[in-house]
Design a binder for this molecule. Structure first.
Ligand code: GDP
Length: 350
């Protein structure tokens, strides 16, 4: 199996004593893409990101590193477009993080979801095969592929039973990655990531929705928040820990699949209680249940991962626990809202 130890172009090699590795991140402007880019830059990588919008767009998540990365606009559903990017960039590692990730939206846009999470992966694997079989490829798999799993907790061997269009499309992406590894010997690995959150999570997700509400209510900006099923449970972790796992997955001697999870679940009720307590509030005074937000048959249960293989093989373990995660999210939202309030307060003071 080729291992992707190609030299950089002459100019780059001669200008450095030690040629750095080059990573291509498809979907760099999202939560995971931007956190991964920061991690790789800190490891001395050259980072090239693929985006769908014009590269001149203001990407909020990339503001801190915009001057240190290169952005390429490409159609991630087009093999030709991907061949062009791979040929120009000549990466050693490719991370495929390009996919819509908000699960309920996949019921509204099932075809688009399938295009990005299933067909897009195939286009990328084909492009890699054509340009350089030595490239190491990371596929962002998801716990949604387990769906209504009969096995709890889930491991890399648990049969897939997806129920949402997102989960079904991701299952395709998972299998096609395995299939290319087996058929062509590509270094193609999947990280099966459970819910992972950060201040860069969009507000649609329950973690940010709750942390933002707790912060806003504590600052007197609103008084209540509407949530769905308070008994729903998830295996939540901190996205910063999970992008470290992605990188570790590509540093192994052999390509493989890894469950990345905290191994424990917490309910939405606990999430709310922890977040509101952090700002000195009683969640029960501010949370109301809105039945239209309850997912019913589309809800997943018992989704909890066993990351023993990642712990053993990758030497990975999460550094931020549930409480630390919730506090970090609330603190970030308080800070963000305060910084927006400041000019208003200053004017009011005058
Ligand atoms: P998901 O696991 O990728 O679907 O992540 P979400 O953050 O969207 O949802 C996590 C869990 O929180 C699910 O079980 C939802 O049913 C539950 N939940 C309860 N209330 C809400 C809400 O108001 N918004 C969202 N997004 N989820 C909620």
């Amino acid at each position: 199996m080729a291992t992707g130890t190609r030299l950089l172009p002459i100019t780059a090699v001669t200008s450095r004593a030690m040629p750095s590795k080059r990573a291509l991140i498809i979907g760099i402007s999202g939560q995971d893409g931007s956190l991964l880019a920061e991690l790789l830059l800190s490891q001395g990588y050259e980072v090239v990101g693929v985006v769908r919008q014009p590269a001149s767009t203001r990407f909020e998540n990339l503001e801190a590193i915009r001057g240190r990365i290169e952005l390429q606009q490409a159609d991630v559903l087009s093999e030709i477009s991907l061949v062009d990017v791979l040929s120009a960039c000549q990466p050693h590692e490719v991370y495929n993080l390009a996919s819509p990730s908000f699960v309920p939206m996949s019921w509204k846009q099932p075809v688009l979801t399938a295009e990005f999470a299933a067909v897009g992966v195939t286009a990328l694997l084909e492009a890699i095969r054509r340009v350089d079989e030595g490239v190491r490829f990371y596929q962002a798999s998801s716990s949604e592929i387990f769906g209504e799993s009969r096995e709890v907790p889930q491991t890399e061997e648990t049969p897939l039973a997806p129920v949402t269009p997102y989960g079904v499309a991701k299952a395709y992406g998972h299998f096609i990655t395995r299939s290319y590894r087996r058929r062509y010997g590509l270094f193609a690995s999947s990280g099966i990531l459970y819910n992972h959150e950060s201040p860069r999570r969009p507000l649609d997700f329950v973690t940010r929705k709750v942390s933002h509400a707790a912060a806003a209510i504590s600052l007197g900006l609103k008084s209540e928040v509407l949530l769905g099923n308070l008994d729903a449970r998830r295996d939540w972790g901190y996205a910063g820990d999970y992008v470290r796992a992605m990188w570790l997955v590509l540093q192994q001697d052999e390509a493989d699949d890894f469950v990345i999870a905290s191994g424990e679940t917490h309910s939405v009720r606990e999430l709310a209680a922890t977040a509101f307590a952090h700002v000195g509030l009683d969640w029960e005074e501010h949370v109301r249940v809105d039945d239209t937000l309850i997912r019913g048959k589309a809800e997943l249960h018992d989704i909890v991962g066993d990351a023993s293989k990642a712990r053993k093989t990758l030497g990975w373990s999460p550094r931020v626990d549930f409480e630390g995660l919730v506090q970090l999210l609330v603190d970030a939202d308080v800070e963000r809202l305060r910084s927006r309030l400041e000019p208003v307060e200053t004017l009011a003071d005058i």
